[in-house]
Design a protein around this ligand. Structure first.
Ligand code: PAZ
Length: 357
């Protein structure tokens, strides 16, 4: 993905939300009657992508929010972290009925955002619509529905006594964050929204005199259907098989690092399912994009083990079975302080060279 992790859709995407008998409706779909696409196979450059796609309508408003947020926290002396979280979608139709999605619920991003806030960072939380959010994640979605924690009697509705202590602590942090105004939440849905928003944010932040970190934990689609190949209307069923042909999403870590925000401290995530591939792919991403850290993780163990790879070498953060299953320690509570420490060292080092932002 954006973080260079660009894991294949075969890994990240759920089954397309399509009936197998859906019929072709566009040039990206076999049997299409619409004109052939002008785009060529192979990855399109980020530049070409942005030049050939229209920015989302919400972009100017989000840009203004980012500008005001960073400006305020810059003046208050806070560092800023932009956290990306959750999965992007790939629509199959302009008037979208079907889309391809991936597994990410945004746990990594929402949890990490809380630890960054606790450590005094101002957080731009760029997340997939309806994915997990800092603080409310403890009581949302089906697993932790807040109703499970409540009881009613003649005096009203209460939190059940066993849950009060934890909820008081979370509520306290939530209110503190609201009061300090240190959390800016911005939504994306499609990979298209994501790409435009990330570029906009990076270009705005890089012009400001602030120490910024990018923590790119979102699971970003690797393939998409370009605007000029997409069916406008709902793909009709009836012709048997549906064959999709998709273009590669541009690799935007390179322009992010080199052009949009060259002075920032950038961490990308790399997800794999095959353990044998992870070290090589993580190192490859670091080398290819030249940013500061790649965090490698496996789908099945991502909540217990991560690998931090930087130019100096590799290290691992691993929870013991006791920490994971009995104490319910969140691995992000170890990842985030480690990154903050490295961010401080990086600021100090590049400050001495007079280079960092
Ligand atoms: O959202 P989540 O907590 O379920 O998963 C987190 C994650 C695996 C998406 C993240 O740690 C990650 O690896 N993001 C990059 C994914 C990629 O390589 O495409």
């Amino acid at each position: 993905p954006v973080n260079g992790a660009l894991a294949t859709h075969h890994h990240l995407n759920r089954e397309p939300v399509l009936h197998p008998a859906s019929a072709p409706a566009a040039a990206a779909i076999s049997g299409a009657s619409t004109p052939a696409s002008t785009s060529s196979p192979g990855p399109v450059s980020a530049e070409a992508y942005f030049a050939s796609h229209v920015a989302p309508k919400s972009l100017p408003e989000n840009a203004e929010k980012i500008r005001a947020f960073v400006d305020r926290h810059m003046h208050e002396g806070r560092r800023v972290v932009l956290v990306t979280s959750g999965g992007t979608t790939v629509p199959l139709e302009t008037l979208t009925v079907r889309f391809i999605d991936n597994f990410s619920a945004g746990t990594r991003g929402a949890t990490s955002a809380e630890y960054f806030l606790e450590q005094g960072y101002a957080v731009i939380f760029m997340h997939r619509q309806f994915s997990l959010q800092p603080y409310s994640r403890h009581y949302s979605h089906t697993k932790n529905c807040f109703l499970e924690f409540m009881e009613a009697d003649e005096d009203g509705i209460h939190v059940m006594p066993t849950y009060v202590e934890k909820m008081r602590s979370i509520l306290g942090k939530y209110r503190e964050t609201q009061k300090a105004g240190t959390l800016l939440s911005l939504e994306f849905v499609t990979v298209h929204d994501y790409l435009f928003l990330l570029r906009e944010a990076a270009q705005i932040i890089s012009k400001m005199d602030v120490h910024a970190m990018y923590y790119l934990a979102a699971a970003v689609s690797d393939f998409f259907i370009p605007a000029d190949k997409m069916a406008e209307h709902k793909i009709q069923s009836g012709d048997g098989l549906l064959n999709l042909s998709m273009d590669q999403v541009p690799k935007i870590l390179k322009p992010l690092v080199n052009d949009w925000t060259p002075k920032a401290f950038i961490i990308s995530f790399k997800l794999e399912t095959d353990e044998a591939l992870l070290p090589m792919k993580s190192r490859q991403a670091l080398k290819r994009y030249g940013h500061q850290i790649v965090i490698g993780n496996l789908l099945t163990t991502r909540k217990r083990v991560v690998h931090l790879i930087d130019m100096e070498g590799e290290s691992e953060i691993r929870l013991t079975a006791e920490e994971d299953e009995v104490q319910h320690i969140e691995i992000e509570s170890r990842i985030v302080p480690e990154l903050i420490q490295r961010h401080s060292e990086w600021i100090e080092a590049c400050g001495k060279r007079g280079e960092c932002g």
